[in-house]
Design a protein around this ligand. Structure first.
Ligand SMILES: Cc1cc2nc3c(=O)[nH]c(=O)nc-3n(C[C@H](O)[C@H](O)[C@H](O)COP(=O)(O)OP(=O)(O)OC[C@H]3O[C@@H](n4cnc5c(N)ncnc54)[C@H](O)[C@@H]3O)c2cc1C
Length: 503
């Protein structure tokens, strides 16, 4: 039957692509419905353009400070950076071409259709007037940027992540509403490319989900680069001017007036559910996303949800993880339960901030017995030779068992460095695994090893343990050696006697 499928995947972003490919690869008859472009947020308006922009910005920064390592510095102005927005588009094209997603989907026998789709009952959707049914559905329609309720915003052509990468030039100045990951990454990127940046953040610091000490250290680094960060602040009113916008910002102790050429809103995400008529399928929705059980099933048990639409852990790698889990649950007996305890997250600023597990604040709230083991990059040989020695590896671990609760790396290539910790935590290894592992010198990974070795140092410094060590080193070990030497001498005499008798 033409309109009958094993699985209909709605949405062709990271979550939709992975679930469709996996299900197609496992011989299910799969239809993917996408209303716009296959590739989703990550490719066109998220991860890829933002990382391309940040890369160009890091380059500009390195050129500006090149004299610090004996090279001719070049002060990149925003006019010099005029071609960067073209590079951003080129990188999107490059990634799209490299992935060849549509061809790959077809290789896995996934049928692709485009258009607006809505449910009429739990097993049936209408697409462009055609009735299509399936035994299972994966909802992967993602999220869109929330628009804050700021008086005056409705009269202003504000930017969102969906439009900022279409700018033709680097703006002279930008007011960024929101100090979360998107706001902070964009702030550093545009600041380094020559824009004057102000962030207005409602909370007391940037990236509030991250470890407080680590997030604050990054905040100070960004401020040192000239980014103005107004915390505990809200915009009271916005107006247009001949050159852009003017904002009255309530900063708690008074009011600040900020003028800028553009305003970017980066204040969170809302689920893409409108038009799907999910009520006809009995799927419940919350304002954050679609609630699911551990198997990622919505309130309608054959309709699964993954990716940003879940409303939490809005990362591409999580979309991929959830998509695989949903398909496993659709196809195989038993329940694969989603685990969100060991989720790596990376903020792609310079230096990067990468984390996994609990923050110090969370470890305290959850009453985990922990100590902090830190290795600053200023004491790491490679970071020094790379002239990139800001930040640290900070590990929270159980002082006796060495169980790792959380790791927060602020430093060069932190996103890469976090992975050995992710593996250790996932496999329930103690911190000593990282301390004992051979790390190649001089790589940045040695900072991780050295942070882990601090656990041994602290452990050996414990009064009881150091007492036992003393006892062993001073008394037992010399005694053992004496016994061993006498045994050796006795053994040698016996052997000599035997040889003499043989003769
Ligand atoms: C600026 C920015 C930077 C980011 N950087 C990173 C990063 O560095 N690393 C990282 O891991 N994550 C990053 N993210 C997050 C990442 O982009 C998302 O977590 C990821 O794209 C979620 O994938 P998804 O498949 O759930 O949704 P999406 O990628 O949004 O895909 C959803 C798809 O569904 C389609 N759709 C929507 N409604 C319908 C409908 N009614 N019918 C049919 N199709 C529909 C959409 O057109 C879209 O193609 C970033 C996000 C932003 C905004």
């Amino acid at each position: 039957m033409a309109g009958k499928f094993d699985l209909i995947v709605i949405g062709g972003g990271a979550a939709g692509i992975v679930s469709a490919v996996m299900a197609g690869g496992l011989h299910l008859r799969v239809l993917m419905i996408e209303k716009d472009r296959i590739g989703g947020e990550c490719l066109y308006t998220g991860c890829v353009p933002s990382k391309a922009l940040l890369h160009a910005a890091h380059f500009a920064h390195k050129m500006r400070v090149a004299d610090q390592i004996g090279l001719q510095a070049h002060n990149i102005s925003r006019e010099d950076a005029a071609g960067v927005m073209r590079w951003v588009k080129e990188s999107i094209r490059g990634v799209a071409e490299a992935n060849e997603t549509e061809a790959m989907l077809r290789n896995y026998h996934v049928e692709i259709r485009r258009g607006d789709v809505h449910f009429i009952d739990p097993h049936t959707v209408i697409l462009n007037g055609e009735k299509l049914t399936a035994d299972h559905f994966v909802l992967a329609t993602g999220s869109h940027p929330a628009v804050p309720a700021i008086p005056g915003l409705e009269n202003i052509p504000y930017l969102l992540n969906t439009s900022i990468f279409d700018l033709q030039e680097i703006p002279e100045s930008m007011l960024i509403v929101g100090g979360g990951p998107i706001g902070v990454e964009m702030a550093q990127a545009f600041a380094r490319l020559g824009s004057r940046i102000t962030i207005v953040q409602r909370k007391s610091r940037i990236v509030p989900r991250e470890d407080a000490e680590t997030a604050l250290a990054l905040q100070h680094m960004l401020e040192d680069e000239g980014i103005e960060i107004l915390c505990n602040s809200e915009i009271a009113e916005l107006k247009t001017t001949s050159t852009g916008i003017i904002a009255e910002v309530n900063i708690g102790i008074g009011t600040r007036i900020v003028e800028a050429a553009h305003i970017l809103c980066a204040v969170g995400r809302r689920p893409n559910v409108s038009g799907l008529a999910l009520e006809n399928a009995g799927v419940h929705i919350s304002h954050r996303g679609i609630p699911v059980d551990g198997r990622l099933r919505s309130s309608c048990k054959h309709i699964y949800v993954c990716g940003d639409l879940l409303g939490d852990w809005q990362y591409s790698h999580m979309a991929e993880y959830e998509a695989k889990l949903a398909v496993r649950n659709i196809l195989f007996p038993g329940a694969s339960i989603a685990k969100f305890g060991v989720v790596p997250r990376v903020l792609f600023t310079d230096p990067e901030l990468a984390s996994v597990g609990l923050t110090e604040e969370e470890a305290t709230v959850f009453k985990k017995p922990y100590k902090v083991y830190v290795k600053p990059f200023s004491q790491d040989d490679r970071a020094i030779t790379d002239h990139d020695a800001r930040g640290w590896v900070k590990v929270l671990a159980h002082p006796q068992t060495g169980r790792i609760w959380g790791v927060h790396i602020l430093g060069p290539r932190a996103g890469e460095l976090i992975m050995e910790w992710v593996l250790a935590m996932e496999k329930r290894h103690s911190i000593t695994t990282i301390a004992d592992l051979i790390h190649p010198y001089p790589t940045l990974t040695m900072a991780s090893q050295r942070a882990a070795q601090k656990w041994y140092e602290e452990f050996a410094g414990n009064t009881l343990i150091s007492g036992i060590l003393d006892l062993y080193v001073q008394r037992i070990r010399p005694y053992n050696r004496a016994v061993a030497l006498s045994a050796l001498a006795a053994g040698a005499s016996v052997a000599a006697l035997k040889m003499m008798r043989r003769r």
